[in-house]
Ligand binder design. Structure first.
Ligand SMILES: *Cc1c(COP(=O)(O)O)cnc(C)c1O
Length: 398
């Protein structure tokens, strides 16, 4: 008997265009739907399932944690917060951490830090530089920092105080801010995710670091999607050898357990004081354990190296098979965050790939996005290529 998935659920708000698939089980890089159909997971829940599904070490640790304590509140010390913060400080070279529960919350905290950083210096109406094609979330502030009209329209008036600039153009940001003494921060995704897997170039990030230093701006790297080892470094900006002042994290940090964090360097570390910000669930022991174990397992299982090498293999194979084709504009990204930009909308690929047993995503209309678990092995990378390439060729032939 095949379970039929209804196109819309009468009891859920109609906020998502969902595929007619219900996933009920996962193991490693594979997932199964209610009908027992198997899929190779090329998306990992939008960059969340860092360790794949049902990872033995993570599951054992979380089971143990459930028997200890799930939640205690921030009225008390939470030793696992201290442990995860210490690890994030070590890996980032930054100073301290605030914990929340999601990407937009992490960004909301970052934006509040930027504003208060300005206000503390006597700037009454601080402004923050953001980027074209940016996605930072769907709260009022993170939505206003986002550049996608689909995300923003219908929710005005928008939060003010943002200046938008193009990517990878240091002249453009210098010009856009030349007569704006109230700018206090620059907020960017080291590699844009929803906007189409658009990396900020190494030289640009280095130029931007110098500009932020010269102007006294906070450099704020939204690593919600590209962070947590996805690109083969702990954080994507580390490819440029720079350290930001503020770094929001979320998605992959808990390998599936909801979590968010803002990491701050010396300039931003003491901006928030008691009463300025907080979260009931933020930093709860269960999520903190998930974060601690995720980072520990990444180290223990060599997943930085795996993301870099299997990612490079996957990218090389995609370039070999698709790179020369008319209609393939670009293949880009780093590690296991890859995008294939076509010259036409290709949303139809999502259903066709699922039919062929591969989960992936299309973003910015024309960019096929791959965000597989960081445990992806070489044979699974080959399998992604074998399933995806004929589908892309077919779309281009239509
Ligand atoms: C997904 C994402 C967010 C929003 O995260 P949520 O957990 O959905 O709120 C913010 N920034 C970036 C770069 C993202 O990819």
């Amino acid at each position: 008997m095949t379970a039929r998935i209804e196109a819309a659920s009468p009891h859920l708000m109609n906020t998502y265009g969902r595929a007619p698939i219900a996933l009920v089980r996962g193991q490693g890089c594979r997932v199964w739907d209610v009908n027992g159909k198997e899929y190779l997971d090329g998306l990992s829940g939008v960059g969340v399932n860092t360790l794949g599904h049902n990872h033995a070490k993570l599951v054992a640790a979380l089971q143990q944690q459930l028997t200890q304590i799930i939640h205690s509140s921030n009225y008390y010390h939470v030793p696992l917060q201290e442990a995860l913060a210490a690890k994030l400080v070590e890996l980032s070279g930054m100073r301290n951490v605030f914990f929340c529960n999601s990407g937009l919350e992490a960004n909301e905290a970052a934006l509040k830090i930027a504003r208060k950083y300005g206000v503390d210096q006597g700037i009454a109406r601080p402004e923050i530089v953001v980027y074209e094609k940016a996605f930072h979330g769907r709260s009022f502030a993170s939505m206003a920092a986002t550049d996608n009209p689909k995300v923003r329209s219908g929710f005005g008036p928008l939060v003010e105080g943002f200046v938008r600039v193009p990517l990878n153009d240091i002249r453009a940001i210098e010009q856009a801010t030349a007569n704006r003494p109230d700018v206090v921060a620059v907020f960017f995704e080291s590699i844009q995710g929803e906007g189409g897997v658009n990396p900020l170039h190494t030289e640009y990030l280095q130029q931007l670091r110098r500009l932020c230093d010269a102007r006294g701006w906070l450099m704020m790297a939204d690593e919600v999607q590209c962070g947590t080892a996805r690109t083969g470094k702990w954080f994507a900006h580390q490819w440029a050898g720079i350290v930001p002042d503020v770094m929001p994290l979320a998605k992959g940090l808990g390998s599936g357990v909801p979590i968010g964090a803002v990491v701050a360097g010396p300039r931003a570390a003491n901006v928030l004081q008691p009463g300025n910000h907080g979260s009931t669930f933020g930093g709860n022991p269960l999520a903190m354990r998930a974060g601690v174990e995720t980072l520990r397992i990444i180290e223990e299982d060599g997943l930085l190296h795996n993301a870099a090498t299997v990612g490079a293999q996957l990218r090389a194979a995609l370039e070999r098979e698709l790179g020369g084709l008319a209609g393939v504009n670009d293949i880009r990204g780093q590690g296991l965050m890859l995008g294939i930009e076509l010259d036409r909308p290709c949303g139809a690929l999502i259903a066709r790939a699922a039919e062929a047993g591969l989960l992936l995503n299309v973003t910015a209309d024309r960019v096929i996005r791959l965000l597989p678990p960081l445990i992806l092995c070489s044979a699974e990378a080959d399998e992604i290529v074998a399933k995806l390439v004929p589908l892309v060729r077919a779309i281009l032939a239509e």
